[in-house]
Write a protein of this length. Structure first.
Length: 586
């Protein structure tokens, strides 16, 4: 009887333990880790805001105070590949290169720093966050000035969009500024998004509006704090430059304002980066790009290994399955899972019409124009499979027949990896230790009840983490709105009995430990659309306080915070949230 539900969860949402919770990244080496556990374990989880303020404020020594000392390098990227021979930003079809030189177009009008991520600025870029308050920073971080060593580049790639080969795409409004090697020896590629036209802009203006930029800034940082691999955002600069957009693709043009996000990733290469080379028969270049990617980003692969492409492929298959399982475990729908929006490093990139699911619904589609639900949350695992098939096609010219069939076999393993990972993640969400035969059933049964009662995905799991064994026993869920919703289901108490029985069977586990484990993987706060919308409407009037507040709160998604509670971020969503349409154009 329950097999259908098993299918459901597997259609829906897969390794060993949930990744470390990045709750205390801001602390200095000295006080890190030692007290982090105690804080998380404090039975109430109610750390005062001041505790956090002071954490944010702990300064790292030897940070660069002077922006002029900040240097990036483009040498590696430029020397590794042939560069487009044509200069200038006119839209064109580009061949035989990986990058085109492209100078950003500075934003017009007064510039304002709307947000900066101290964690990224100090922890990755080694800059004192105070430098972001300077005029120089506004210019560097919006394309008006180039850091020493920077040769801005636009990347040529292609991709399958909504199931079909779309030909040449490329960075149409993003500029790579170069690589920065930080004090930890990590290499990060800096990119501006919204910084003007490139040869890949097609009919676009190369700009991004405040709305979509606030969303990218907030969500990429929030995803990181949730422990999901992602690109990062350093800053958000807004301008007065008018940018005209048809927000809902319904013919209503509206003048908005331009903004630029300074974003970072270890690499911005996508599945589409390889596809375009394969499709256009540029096989030498395909080999070169793969060599580069493997050398730089897959250190465990030996470049003399005759099967190196297979090992590469199997790594990407594995990591992609893991990534999508993580998305599912936090209810994240990316919204545009085209092959060009899928990173070769399997990190989350290209934040557009994404959304966090509120009521549990496998058909949740964040892009309101995606009528067919191609990129619904429950379809993401399948779309991942589709994209990996396209990656295999792109690698085709470099594989022998035997390797081709081995690669197909590797791809077949994707589904199992995904299922395994989902199973582990959801078991952790329920606080389950060890493995029992009925665990899959227990998870699927719960999801079915959640679907029927439209209970809130995030808060149902959170409140199950916060509820004590005693409360479970007495079935008293006062003040727990998501569990109250759930308990309206006629099978809820059947499920609850099963769950209690499973928990009681866990020897050497205390109720407090169980709660703590669960609270570390079930966030209390995610970036719900209505929260973002409210911050955006203020930002559009140059009030960035709510962006800052959200950024701050979402950096500690697993910890109950007073300001967040006051703002209603863990409460039942306001009525207007239901009517909200996510703006798709960006
Ligand atoms: C850090 O704390 C000091 C003293 O409390 C305060 O003056 C300063 O503004 C804080 N800096 C930041 C970046 O919050
Ligand atoms: C698959 O990816 C996960 C997540 O990155 C990693 O922990 C695991 O070791 C990988 N497994 C294999 C076989 O590479
Ligand atoms: C995904 O890639 C397409 C093609 O380059 C691009 O138009 C779109 O903006 C990307 N999506 C996001 C959210 O960046
Ligand atoms: C939303 O879906 C529609 C329909 O498939 C598509 O045309 C549009 O490009 C999507 N929006 C974004 C931002 O990807």
């Amino acid at each position: 009887m329950w097999s259908r539900y098993n299918m459901l969860i597997f259609a829906l949402v897969a390794a060993t333990s949930f990744p470390p919770v990045h709750v205390l990244e801001f602390c200095t080496d000295r006080d890190c880790h030692s007290d982090s556990h105690d804080n998380m374990a404090s039975s109430t989880s109610q750390l005062s805001e001041n505790t956090f303020k002071s954490r944010w404020n702990i300064s790292v020594s030897n940070l660069m105070q002077d922006l002029d000392k900040f240097r990036v390098s483009c040498k590696k990227l430029i020397e590794a590949f042939p560069i487009d021979e044509v200069d200038g930003n006119s839209a064109r079809s580009v061949k035989n290169c990986i990058f085109s030189r492209s100078i950003p177009t500075p934003l017009k009008g007064p510039l304002r720093l709307a947000a900066a991520s101290k964690e990224v600025i100090e922890g990755i870029l080694d800059l004192d966050v105070a430098v972001t308050w300077s005029d120089d920073f506004l210019h560097y971080a919006s394309g008006g000035r180039l850091a020493p060593g920077s040769v801005p580049l636009a990347h040529r790639y292609g991709g399958h969009q909504f199931g079909y080969w779309a030909g040449q795409l490329g960075d149409g409004r993003a500029h790579s500024l170069g690589q920065y090697t930080n004090r930890k020896g990590e290499v990060w590629e800096l990119q501006l998004k919204g910084s003007g036209k490139t040869p890949y802009s097609r009919s676009g203006d190369g700009r991004a509006v405040i709305r979509s930029s606030v969303r990218e800034f907030l969500c990429s940082e929030a995803m990181h704090s949730l422990g999901v691999p992602t690109s990062r955002a350093a800053s958000l600069i807004v301008s007065d430059e008018p940018v005209v957009r048809d927000q809902f693709y319904n013919g209503n043009m509206k003048t908005e304002r331009g903004a630029v996000v300074l974003r970072l990733a270890k690499s911005w290469f996508r599945i589409g980066s390889l596809e375009i080379l394969s499709q256009s028969g540029e096989i030498d270049l395909l080999r070169k790009l793969l060599f580069f990617v493997i050398e730089e980003h897959f250190p465990s692969i030996n470049s003399d290994d005759p099967d190196k492409y297979l090992v590469f492929y199997s790594t990407v298959v594995n990591e992609t399955a893991h990534l999508i399982a993580q998305w599912m475990s936090v209810g994240f729908a990316h919204g545009v899972c085209n092959t060009d929006n899928f990173s070769l490093l399997s990190i989350t990139i290209d934040y557009g019409p994404f959304g966090f699911m509120e009521s549990y619904n496998p058909n949740f589609v964040p892009n309101t124009s995606d009528d067919e639900g191609r990129y619904s949350i429950g379809a993401q695992a399948n779309v991942g499979l589709f994209n990996l098939e396209k990656l295999l096609t792109a690698l085709g010219p470099l594989l022998s027949n035997k390797q081709q069939s081995e690669a197909k076999y590797i791809l077949k393993g994707y589904v199992d990896i995904y299922h395994m990972r989902i199973h582990q993640l959801f078991k952790a969400k329920l606080g389950l230790l060890g493995e029992e035969e009925d665990d899959g059933h227990l998870i699927a049964f719960l999801l079915k009840i959640m679907e029927d009662t439209q209970s809130d995905f995030t808060m149902t799991f959170r409140q199950l983490s916060e509820v004590s064994a005693q409360q479970l026993h007495s079935r008293s869920f006062t003040q727990m709105w998501a569990l109250e919703d759930l308990s309206s289901h006629k099978l809820f108490f059947d499920w609850l009995s099963m769950y209690q029985h499973r928990l009681i069977g866990q020897q050497d586990d205390s109720d407090l430990d169980r709660q703590q484990r669960m609270k570390n993987v079930n966030p209390r706060y995610v970036l719900r659309n209505w929260m973002a919308e409210s911050a955006i409407s203020k930002a559009e009037m140059n009030d960035f306080s709510e962006v800052e507040m959200l950024h701050y709160i979402l950096s500690f998604p697993f910890v109950t915070q007073e300001t967040a509670e006051e703002a209603g971020y863990a409460a039942r969503p306001p009525l207007w949230a239901k009517r909200l349409k996510v703006s798709c154009s960006s």
